[in-house]
Write a protein that binds this ligand. Structure first.
Ligand code: HEM
Length: 122
């Protein structure tokens, strides 16, 4: 069940964020979450053509909300990886990384909740 997987990664994300002050633990966990989430998108795309299926159902209100959460999550991963790498290099981008984290977490929780209404089941 894809929702179980999406929920498991969400729990892992919270574990990773709880180690936000310990980069040696925080960074590998967050990168693992990124890889796991991207793998899910790739898997759904390959096996069920999920993205096209989602777009075809876009007029449905919940599907549109799901897509907004999903795209925000993917952009959030990109911003987190970029600003996280800069933080490791000693750049002063902590406020951007932190603000992005809040938006990312809300969007990722949104993905989990709305995934129950999306007509893609494995
Ligand atoms: C979506 C994924 C991520 C989330 C939600 C996230 C979230 C956070 C949060 C909330 C903090 C604490 C910021 C503060 O309170 O000032 C933090 C710190 C940090 N994050 Fe991330 N992060 C993510 C991914 C990454 C990645 C991919 C990297 C590295 C490539 C990274 C590197 C760091 C570093 C170096 C710190 C500072 C740790 C310290 O020395 O205190 N993060 N992150």
């Amino acid at each position: 069940m894809v929702q179980l997987y999406v929920g498991f990664v969400l729990v892992l994300i919270f574990v990773g964020v709880s180690f936000k002050r310990k980069p040696k633990i925080h960074v590998p966990i967050m990168i693992s979450c990124l890889v796991l989430d991207l793998s899910a998108v790739l898997y759904l795309e390959i096996t069920r053509n999920a993205v096209m299926e989602a777009i075809e159902h876009a007029p449905e209100f919940l599907m549109q909300i799901h897509l907004v959460f999903a795209v925000t999550t993917l952009v959030g991963y990109g911003v987190a990886a970029t600003t996280g790498t800069l933080l490791l290099k000693g750049k002063r981008v902590r406020h951007i990384h932190k603000t992005n984290a809040v938006i990312f977490l809300l969007a990722r929780i949104g993905v989990f909740i709305t995934s129950f209404w999306v007509p893609v089941s494995i």
